[in-house]
Design a protein around this ligand. Structure first.
Ligand code: PLP
Length: 364
């Protein structure tokens, strides 16, 4: 377990914060993305000057010129991570340096200013330290952190912005995501694609999400919770969900997931689960999986379990795949391997188990 060095953030505490009792009431059943913490971290970038004015201030609306380039050309990237409450009360972060690294890579792809990883970690660490009271009890959930960067230059000319803001906000995330809510039904999207080779699929940018929303609407209209996207070239190979990676457990115990290759977001949960599965002695296959083969395997029983994984939803079992042609049932209940991987991961994240890979970081 490690702690971070601190840069000099100017801290302006919120003066009219709600009472502890009111906060406790909000945190008892926070849902997701509705109950926000008191503060936000903001760091500004100006070309020629670099990153400057690191601040933590009461959470408040942004002032943006209507010609700010993010509003027109979508130079925007983000991260998603969580602060967990350990049994001894400590606030814990899971592999935050992996988020910092991915954030830098996303910035590079979107021609945005690179934020030093140390500054990313400091901002997150100090915000969580100040707003630690907003981390729900472990039985309830976690504090979801949303670091993001926007292009703020007032300029309608198409070019990389010369000014950016890096901001971190936090919201409580309830147990919908951390507990087993049972298998979900997933729409296999055959019409639109999320990412193509040479595109922005491996960058965590808002634009990828905007492009995925019609498929999400279609999924909902067909009674599905989530979307599974296929590759852009052949519409043959499974890639990932709108915001989660996907893994299959085969009859022989192999854990199978599509390889990263530019069109799939390199999930930190994905990487961690592959490591934990290896620890458990499972065979890992990072190889392409054709949707028709997957249907055949589901129908024959060769495919035992299918699940989605990501920070927000942790590990979510997939019960049924649905497409225009019909349904394929995988399982009506959460599979054994799915449940075991989720438990192993969550026990490490909440500080309930040994941390053999040095993934956890104590805030403070
Ligand atoms: C964030 C994200 C994931 C999951 O990544 P984690 O690091 O595990 O949270 C998967 N796919 C997409 C498209 C994402 O944006």
């Amino acid at each position: 377990m490690s702690t971070t060095r601190e840069t000099a953030f100017t801290i302006t505490p919120k003066t009219d914060a709600i009472s502890a009792a009111e906060r406790a009431a909000l945190l008892a059943n926070p849902g997701f993305g509705r109950v926000f913490s008191d503060h936000m971290a903001v760091v500004t970038y100006t070309e020629g000057k670099g990153w400057h004015t690191p601040e933590i201030m009461p959470r408040q609306p942004l002032m943006l010129d209507p010609a700010a380039s993010v509003l027109h050309y979508a130079q925007e990237i983000f991260e998603g991570m969580k602060a967990y409450r350990a049994p001894n009360g400590d606030a814990l972060l899971f592999r935050p340096e992996a988020n910092a690294r991915r954030f830098r890579k996303s910035a590079e792809r979107m021609a945005m200013a690179q934020l030093p990883e140390e500054l990313f970690l400091d901002a997150v660490n100090q915000l969580v330290k100040l707003d630690a009271g907003w981390i729900p009890d472990p039985e309830v959930g976690t504090l979801y952190l949303r670091p993001f960067m926007i292009a703020t230059e007032t300029a309608l000319g198409v070019k990389p912005s010369a000014e950016y803001k890096f901001i971190v906000i936090a919201c409580a995330a309830g147990d919908y995501f951390s507990k087993d809510a049972g298998p979900v039904t997933v729409w296999v999207e055959e019409r639109t694609v999320r990412a193509s080779r040479g595109g922005t699929g491996e960058a965590k940018c808002g634009g990828n999400y905007a492009a995925s929303l019609t498929a999400q609407q279609e999924a909902k209209a067909n009674g599905c919770h989530q979307v599974l996207f296929l590759d852009a070239n052949e519409r043959k190979w499974i890639e990932e969900m709108g915001g989660m990676n996907v893994m299959a457990v085969m009859e022989d115990g192999t854990l199978k997931t599509p390889p990263l290759g530019g069109t799939i977001l390199p999930g930190i949960t994905r990487d961690s689960l592959l490591t934990l599965a290896r620890d458990k002695g499972m065979t890992i296959k990072e190889e392409p999986y054709a949707i028709e083969q997957l249907y055949a395997d589901a129908d024959s029983g060769r495919l035992r379990e299918l699940f989605a994984c990501g920070t927000a939803a942790v590990v979510t079992p997939i019960g049924t795949l649905k497409s225009a042609e019909g349904d394929h049932l995988i399982s009506g209940q959460t599979g054994e391997v799915t449940a075991s991987l989720r438990k192993t991961l969550c026990d490490i994240q909440f500080g309930r188990a040994e941390d053999p890979h040095g993934w956890m970081h104590r805030v403070g």
